[in-house]
Structure formats: structure tokens, C-alpha cells
Ligand binder design. Structure first.
Ligand code: SAM
Ligand code: SF4
Length: 371
């Protein structure tokens, strides 16, 4: 149902002339959220940060079982708790009307959700109107051969593909259920379809440490940027995380012994820092989420597939948007719940991997918020 706000009851807007009614896609927008020039100004959190980037986990399910992300026998969420594709669209649209400029779909594995292309195609309408700058996704690549063309047609131009090794046996061991040739074929299909691919690699002590230089050479050689990620202590896995933790400071030292790395000023409002590598001619990102050096510029929030909004990747505090969405078809409660949540966005996170710590720093798995 199309939400309608009580236009006549709106409080005065300080003398500004606002458009009487605004639409975003097929949704009516509260005119208080729109500037006279028709733009959606960003929400500002209590620390003065503009919140412009929404990451949405569209499913907690996955066709892989990466050792650092999940245990092999995961219990997934009951279906009724999961937002329908229409509900996901509604929440994303409400956020876009509050100034979100970038939307990333993630998971679990976003491309294993049934009919996910319907959601992606529908969200693409916000690119057409100019309300959204970018619609993108993070994927394990297993379904890319099937969907690459459709993604491009829906307006997606860049994607992140996770790939931790180019060794088939090692790939099968790290992902447990994944097959390397399928992912490589997916990456090729994406490139052919015109999508810019960025590779994400989790740095794992003893597991892919020795392969990192060859992965970088391969990625840059294929024209892909690549980002290395430190493991984050999220959710119970079958093993001990301290066995996998490989500090990127150490990786960087090893890479500097081999290549010329130059820091780049580029910032995305997230934990990545970038360097160029003279010898490969490519760009390398380094994500060190356990450090605090990026919180002051954090521009993002994360929505789970059950409609829970996490204002910080490293904190447990969250807002239930599903109740607001399901209890009020006008959208007014949802709008208020989003505003209230952004008003609680914390200054920073508390990640620590401690040697003797039995429990993860954050109880939920990465597949809940999607990274
Ligand atoms: N399934 C998709 C994929 O693998 O790209 C999207 C979801 S996955 C949770 C998003 C990213 O988080 C992937 O790049 C994955 O490698 C990374 N990731 C998962 N668990 C992690 C952890 N505990 N620490 C660091 N990165 C993690
Ligand atoms: Fe699945 Fe991605 Fe987690 Fe691997 S990292 S288990 S592909 S959600």
C-alpha cells in the first residue's frame, strides 16, 4: 500500500517553501525530508557524521561455509522472521528518502535468495531517478555466471567478489562447500558483462598467507583491485579465531620487502586504506577493522534480513525496524524508528581478539550483517 502522510498536518518549515508532495519510485515521501531543490539531505548522527551508505543483508543463508565466517552446521533464521522482498524494498526506499546515496546488498550469499533479481531490478529505479548514486553487492561469486548480465541491466556497475585463494584444494578447504572453477567462471562472466570487479580476500594465518602476493598479482593482472581483510571476531565458528588471525601490518611488511607500496589518500568512510603497487600497476586495499582509525568518518549502517538495524559493526546495540514496518503501513513509524536509531549511532567499536577469550567479541556472525 502506498504510504500517505497527513500533508495538511505538517508543522511549519521555518518559512521555506517545500514541494507539496514528493515521490521516490512509487513511494510518497514526507516533504519535510526533501530540500526545495528536490534532494534528500543526509541524516546526521550525534557525532556530526552524514550517514549515506546502507548495507543490507538480504539473507543469512549461504551455499558456502567459510571457516572464518560460519560453523559447518549453522542454524539459520526461521523464514517468517525474514523480511519479504517487498519489505526489503520498502525499508531501502525509506532510507534512500533519508539521504542514503549508496546501497550494498550482501548476506549470507545475496544471489542465493530466491527472486533476488526482482529486488535488485526494483531498487534500480532509484538509480534512474538520481536518488541513489550506487547499487552494488558483495558476493561469493558462485551464482555470477547466471546473474552477471541481469545485474548490469539493473544498473549495477561494480561488485565485490570474495576470493581467498587460487588453489582449488585450498579453496574447497576454506569455503568447505565452494568450488573454485565456478567462482572464476563467475568473475569472468561479470567482467564480460561490463561489471567492475573488486576482489576481497580475508588474510588467514598459515591458510592463505603464502598465497597473498600471487593473489594480488593475479587480481591486478586481470584488471581487478583487491582488498585484504583482517578476520573479525564475530559469531561462534568451529575453530579458534586466534589461530586464523593474521595482522595486516605483518602482511604489509612482507609486501613492502617485495614491491613499492605508496599510500593513497582515498577514503570511503569505511575501514579500508589504499596503497598503489608500482610493480603490479594496481591498487590494494587494507581493511583492519580491529583498529579504531576509521570510526570518526564512519558513514554506514547495516540492516539484517530480519529488519534489525545495526548502527556499528562492532557493537550489539540495534534497532528493530521490522516491527515498525509491519505495525504501520503508512511508513510513519518506520521513519521515526530510523531517525531514532541514527540518533543512537555510537562513536566507535570495541573489537578485540584476545588470546584467552573463549567468546567472540560480537555474538552474531558476519553473515547476519554481511560485513
Ligand atoms: N557471501 C558473500 C561473500 O562472501 O562475499 C557476502 C557476505 S560475506 C559475510 C561478506 C564479506 O565478509 C566477505 O568478503 C567475507 O570474506 C567477509 N567475512 C566473513 N566473515 C568474516 C570475519 N569473521 N572476519 C572478516 N571478514 C569476514
Ligand atoms: Fe558464505 Fe560469504 Fe560467509 Fe563465506 S563469507 S560463508 S560465502 S556468507
Amino acid at each position: 500500500m502506498k504510504p500517505e502522510w497527513p500533508i495538511a498536518d505538517l508543522p511549519p518549515q521555518g518559512g521555506e517553501i517545500r514541494p507539496p508532495r514528493c515521490y521516490i519510485g512509487d513511494m510518497t515521501i514526507d516533504p519535510r525530508n526533501v530540500t526545495p531543490s528536490g534532494e534528500f539531505p543526509p541524516m546526521i548522527d550525534p557525532f556530526g557524521r552524514a550517514v549515506t551508505y546502507l548495507r543490507v543483508s538480504v539473507t543469512d543463508r549461504c551455499d558456502f561455509r567459510c571457516t572464518y565466517c560460519m560453523s559447518e552446521h549453522m542454524t539459520f533464521l526461521p523464514k517468517p522472521e525474514i523480511l519479504s522482498l517487498e519489505e526489503l524494498d520498502q525499508v531501502c526506499t525509506a532510507f534512500i528518502a533519508k539521504g542514503m546515496r549508496k546501497l550494498r546488498l550482501t548476506g549470507g550469499e545475496p544471489l542465493v535468495r530466491r527472486d533476488v533479481m526482482t529486488l535488485i531490478r526494483n531498487l534500480g529505479r532509484h538509480l534512474d531517478t538520481g536518488a541513489l548514486d550506487e547499487l552494488t553487492l558483495t558476493t561469493n561469486g558462485s551464482q555470477l555466471a547466471k546473474y552477471a548480465g541481469d545485474l548490469y541491466a539493473a544498473g549495477v556497475r561494480r561488485i565485490n567478489v570474495s576470493l581467498d585463494t587460487l588453489d582449488e584444494a585450498n579453496f574447497a578447504r576454506i569455503t568447505r562447500w565452494g568450488r573454485l572453477p565456478q567462482v572464476l567462471a563467475g568473475i569472468e562472466a561479470a567482467t564480460r558483462a561490463g561489471l567492475k570487479v573488486k576482489i576481497n580476500t580475508v588474510a588467514l594465518k598459515d591458510e592463505n598467507e603464502h598465497e597473498i602476493p600471487s593473489l594480488i598479482e593475479w587480481a591486478n593482472g586481470e584488471g581487478h583491485d583487491i582488498t585484504l581483510i583482517e578476520t573479525m571476531p564475530m559469531g561462534d565458528i568451529d575453530g579458534d579465531r586466534t589461530d586464523q588471525y593474521l595482522p595486516l601490518s605483518k602482511v604489509r611488511e612482507q609486501l613492502e620487502a617485495r614491491w613499492t607500496l605508496t599510500d593513497l589518500p582515498e577514503r570511503t568512510g569505511g575501514p579500508a586504506r589504499y596503497v598503489s603497487i608500482k610493480e603490479t600497476g594496481g591498487k590494494l586495499g587494507l581493511i583492519t577493522p580491529l583498529t579504531h582509525n576509521f570510526c570518526e568518518s564512519c558513514n554506514r549502517v547495516r540492516l539484517t534480513c530480519t529488519g534489525t538495524l545495526f548502527m556499528c559493526l562492532g557493537q550489539e546495540d540495534a534497532a528493530d525496524l521490522r516491527a515498525a514496518l509491519r505495525n504501520d503501513t503508512s511508513g510513519a513509524l518506520l521513519n521515526d524508528a530510523i531517525d531514532e536509531a541514527i540518533g543512537r549511532k555510537p562513536k566507535g567499536h570495541d573489537f578485540v581478539i584476545e588470546r584467552k577469550r573463549a567468546k567472540p567479541a560480537v555474538g552474531r556472525h558476519m553473515s547476519v550483517t554481511g560485513g
